[in-house]
Design a protein around this ligand. Structure first.
Ligand SMILES: Cc1cc2nc3c(=O)[nH]c(=O)nc-3n(C[C@H](O)[C@H](O)[C@H](O)COP(=O)(O)OP(=O)(O)OC[C@H]3O[C@@H](n4cnc5c(N)ncnc54)[C@H](O)[C@@H]3O)c2cc1C
Ligand code: FES
Length: 270
């Protein structure tokens, strides 16, 4: 069952003029969250915005004994809520509901995990990389951004033992271009006997390209879709995604409860 709390803002770390990491004292939600799940958030006071917005659980914060004390979200400022999140001050309260949605399915070693992140699509991969690492799974993060200054938390992933493959659109770090290009090349060079699970989160065009590339190499792929969500609980149908059913025909599922993690080859990308 999702938990609804009025969570105190513990800290707010700006990463750039648009990105920030907000820490919320929501220990019960943090303790229950699985990689890929999300929370619905809005400032506890006021009616603008009226509706909460969805954010992946970025990190689970723990004390020295390992007990969950809170969670963070990685936010990119694009509108009214994300501006409030960027400007939030410690001590302020946020209405926080979660954990919500279906998480990633986590593979076991000797399978490898290749995570593909575009921009703020990095958010679900901090907890996923930690969970995979705890199972001894070798992880690679393919991470694309517009410019070097928008590649965040690289040392965090390196410290977890994750190999990094970076691209930027302007060539200021890593390879110039889109992140799916090195993904395609590396998949082509892997022997079919090496089992690789692909996890992707980012803009829908990147998800579609990743799913197509994974399918062309015969690899399984889990995508975390980002639709506009009004409730996060299955009640408003604002978040539907067309997926192929067992009968081979497409029907719409509510991505807040059937997802956000879906099989890439089941989604109709149009
Ligand atoms: C499951 C899930 C997890 C998410 N995790 C994160 C996360 O970890 N970090 C993060 O920064 N963002 C995340 N998002 C996206 C985030 O919810 C939106 O950026 C946020 O709702 C925008 O709210 P706003 O009030 O700032 O923008 P608004 O003022 O509501 O909208 C500004 C503009 O952005 C568009 N927009 C709003 N929501 C979305 C969306 N979901 N996808 C594409 N365009 C949108 C609107 O149509 C409008 O044009 C996630 C979305 C989903 C569905
Ligand atoms: S967000 Fe309301 S049904 Fe999915």
């Amino acid at each position: 069952m999702p938990i609804d709390v009025s969570a105190e803002v513990m800290a707010n770390h700006p990463l750039s003029t648009d990105y920030n990491v907000l820490a919320l004292a929501a220990p019960a939600i943090a303790a229950a969250a699985a990689p890929g799940q999300f929370v619905m958030i809005k400032p506890a006071d006021g009616f603008d915005p009226l509706l909460r917005r969805p954010f992946s659980v970025f990190e689970v914060l723990r004390d020295a004994r390992g007990t969950a004390t809170g969670l963070t979200i990685l936010s990119k400022r694009i509108g009214v809520s994300t501006t409030q999140i960027y400007d939030a001050r410690p001590g302020q309260r946020m209405a926080c509901l979660g954990p919500l949605g279906r998480p990633f399915s986590i593979v076991d070693a000797p399978d490898e995990a290749w995570m593909v992140a575009g921009g703020v699509g990095l958010a679900p991969f901090a907890t996923l990389a930690a969970a995979l690492g705890a199972r001894g799974v070798h992880c690679t993060l393919f991470y694309g951004a517009r410019r070097a200054a928008e590649l965040f938390y690289l040392d965090f992933f390196r410290d977890l033992g994750v190999d990094l493959v970076l691209t930027t659109e302007d060539g200021s770090a890593g390879e110039m271009g889109r992140i799916v290009a090195p993904l395609d090349r590396r998949l082509a060079s892997r022997p079919a006997s090496a089992r690789v699970m692909i996890y992707a989160c980012g803009p829908e065009g990147m998800l579609a390209a990743t799913a197509k590339i994974a399918a062309s190499h015969g690899r399984p792929c889990q995508v975390s879709v980002e639709r506009i969500m009004g409730c996060g609980l299955g009640g408003c149908y604002s978040c539907v995604v067309p997926v192929r059913g067992d009968d081979g025909r497409f029907h719409h599922v509510r991505s807040c409860i059937a997802g956000p993690v879906l099989a890439g080859d089941q989604v109709r990308w149009d």
